[in-house]
Design a protein around this ligand. Structure first.
Ligand SMILES: C[S@@+](CC[C@H](N)C(=O)[O-])C[C@H]1O[C@@H](n2cnc3c(N)ncnc32)[C@H](O)[C@@H]1O
Length: 104
């Protein structure tokens, strides 16, 4: 897991107007999809596999009391942990394929 291919991803997402607009669209579509799945219920726990720097993980708190984000990039996990409320958000640096069964 030492090969961090996603280093700098957060900066890339806002590097150009077109790129930023693309990721805004992704966030909108993601939110609409989650709203459909939730159908006005709030889940107890949710897991976000490949959470990156955690923006969408934070958004999931609108639909879940607690959210766990998992990512193999140490840099992105560090960014995600910054300013995260530990009562509600938990970030794990791991390959998703190496997670213990009780998490998934
Ligand atoms: C396209 S990015 C999406 C990040 C975030 N979900 C977002 O929307 O901003 C894919 C993410 O998946 C992570 N990833 C890829 N393969 C992984 C694996 N096997 N285990 C954990 N994370 C992985 C990468 O580090 C990267 O942060």
């Amino acid at each position: 897991m030492s090969n961090d291919n996603w280093k700098g991803y957060q900066k890339f997402k806002i590097s150009r107007p077109n790129t930023e607009a693309y990721y805004d669209l992704i966030r909108t579509v993601f939110t609409q999809g989650v709203e459909q799945v939730c159908n006005n219920t709030k889940f107890s726990n949710t897991i976000d596999l490949g959470c990156g720097s955690g923006e969408l993980t934070q958004d999931l708190l609108n639909y879940s009391h607690k959210v766990t984000g998992v990512d193999s990039s140490p840099e992105l996990i560090r960014l995600a942990q910054k300013d995260a409320d530990p009562q509600k958000l938990n970030f794990i640096h791991s390959d998703v394929l190496a997670l213990p069964c009780y998490l998934i």
